[in-house]
Write a protein that binds this ligand. Structure first.
Ligand code: NAD
Ligand code: MN
Length: 486
């Protein structure tokens, strides 16, 4: 009999064909102003925001001065006083539900924009950032008319104007984390996206227009740290900040004694703890997802791997093999696992810390990998032979760089995991439920994942201890910082 497969062509090359998402789906303006009182305010100063994967400019955006921030705060105050705060919760909910639905409808467009301006793989912006941002608005829409039940006998009242400053790692998702609970609680906001990733927040103003949100309820101003500092100093009732611990501390000093409410979501240096009874292949997937997700630009990234000595070699072998299969490159390619580093500045910070790891004596592993010529890139990296005192074990790298440490006993794992100024998140991998429970009791971290990593849900509070900040976002806890009680 004739054997058909003999004549089937044998591929000479098993690399993927590229599968680029269409860039055309997003229509950008050449120039954006500040979104104040429902209108575009012509900015006094501007700068170009770029695509970090190509270094091509995408649009001109404003650099808000103190006076422009002042206008935004006034618009927010007016909207608060002229109806928004007095609106029944069920009416506020309608706007939030609308925003959530429009985000879902336009999710492909926003996912492309998020990858263009931030460098993250389209697979992640499509499957994580956008669905979660919409889910956050849906979730808080559901609370808007139930505040008295959420806080029984406490007579919750909105605060007024919230000033919100967000980072560049999850631009639209962080916007959702900030705006949804603030509006559900009856506040109005002035929000500043990070200087490297302003476009999704500016594009979001069109969603607000579509949802017919009353003018001034949400105001967006763009600019760098000076604009952020102007918001913090301005006449707002509440400041919500996500970003570096250094800036978080400065904000806390600035606000001390002013009576303004403050929540800080800062950095992390999370331990991802692998016990010898864990399902190792799954754990390796969790390690990869823990540190290489979003190029490691994740405050809760599992950047310190703690492996029990008896399985150390197995885990490292599997991990290195897995790293050779990660695809680094074009963020808009649907096959890409690791995209571009967000900015030149962040790339330099990663390079500096990686150089320090090599100097201090750690062993570096990087899989063979061809990087694009233009843009900002960093090969997924693993450091072994790491001492707890090394900078790569202590400092947040905020890049695709994993530091591996080992332990023998659960006590030692806890000791090492907690040996950090941070306390945002941790991971535990083990077959034993009792061990999961005892570890979660002893690890000093706001979020602990068991046999998984980097999972988020709007109903689950997120936030840290120690230098990772204070206050929680998500869940019922996330409403409280936006309310006053009698
Ligand atoms: P950053 O803290 O400087 O910036 C975060 C946001 O704060 C941006 O919108 C920025 O414009 C604004 N900002 C800066 N200075 C300010 C000030 N004095 N007052 C008010 N707002 C100000 O962070 P970065 O410089 O972009 O990144 C540095 C490091 O911070 C990273 O390497 C990482 O370790 C950490 N980081 C953490 C997170 C997080 O999600 N927790 C996010 C971004 C960065
Ligand atoms: Mn900074």
């Amino acid at each position: 009999m004739e054997r058909k497969q003999d004549r089937a062509p044998i591929p000479a090359d098993w690399t993927y064909a590229s599968a680029p998402e269409s860039r055309e789906i997003v229509e950008l303006r050449e120039r954006y102003g500040h979104f104040v009182g429902g209108e575009w305010l012509e900015p006094q100063e501007t700068y170009a925001t770029i695509d970090p994967a190509s270094e091509e400019p995408l649009a001109e955006v404003g650099e808000a001065t103190e006076a422009e921030v002042q206008l935004a705060v006034e618009a927010a105050r007016e909207a608060f006083a002229n109806g928004w705060s007095a609106l029944p919760g069920s009416e506020r909910a309608k706007y939030l539900f609308r925003i959530a639905r429009i985000l879902q409808e336009r999710s492909r467009e926003f996912a492309v924009l998020e990858s263009l301006n931030g460098g993250k793989p389209i697979r992640e912006s499509r499957d994580v950032d956008l669905p979660l941002a919409a889910a956050h608005f849906f979730y808080y829409a559901g609370w808007a008319d139930k505040l008295e039940y959420a806080f029984p006998n406490r007579k919750p009242k909105p605060l007024g104007v919230a000033g919100q400053v967000i980072p560049w790692n999850f631009p639209l998702l962080m916007l959702a984390w900030k705006i949804a609970p603030a509006l559900a609680a009856g506040n109005t906001v002035v929000l500043k996206p990070a200087e490297t990733t302003p476009l999704s927040a500016l594009h979001f103003c069109d969603v607000l227009r579509q949802a017919e949100l009353p003018p001034g309820v949400v105001n967006i101003v763009t600019g760098d740290g000076r604009t952020g500092a102007a918001i913090v100093k301005s006449d707002v009732e509440k400041v919500a900040f996500t970003g570096s611990t250094e800036v978080g501390k400065a904000i806390q000093r600035e606000l001390a004694g002013t009576g303004k409410k403050l929540t800080l979501e800062l950095g992390g240096k999370a331990a991802n703890v692998i016990f010898d009874d864990a399902a190792l292949d799954q754990a390796v997937e969790g390690i990869v997802n823990g540190i290489y997700f979003n190029q490691g630009h994740v405050c809760c990234a599992g950047s310190r791997l703690l492996v029990q000595e008896s399985v150390y070699e197995d885990v490292i072998d599997k991990l290195k093999r897995r790293l050779t299969t990660l695809r680094v490159g074009d963020p808009l390619d649907k096959n890409t696992d690791v995209g571009a580093i967000n900015s030149r500045q962040q790339l330099e910070k990663i390079q500096e810390l990686v150089a320090s790891g090599e100097e201090e004596g750690a062993s570096i592993y990087q899989p063979p990998c061809r990087l694009p010529e233009k843009g900002y890139w960093f090969v997924p990296t693993v450091f072994t032979d790491v001492a707890q005192s090394y900078r790569i074990a202590q400092e947040e790298i905020f890049g695709p760089v994993l530091s591996v440490l080992t332990f023998r006993t659960p006590d030692e794992a806890v000791e090492k995991a907690n040996n950090t100024p941070y306390g945002l998140s941790a991971g535990v991998w083990t077959e034993k439920g009792s061990r999961i429970l005892s570890m979660t009791q002893r690890l000093r971290a706001g979020v602990i994942w068991a046999n998984t990593y980097n999972r988020f849900d709007p109903s689950s509070p997120f936030g840290g201890y120690k230098e990772s900040g204070f206050g929680r976002e998500g869940g019922l806890h996330g409403l409280e910082p936006y309310l006053d009680f009698e």
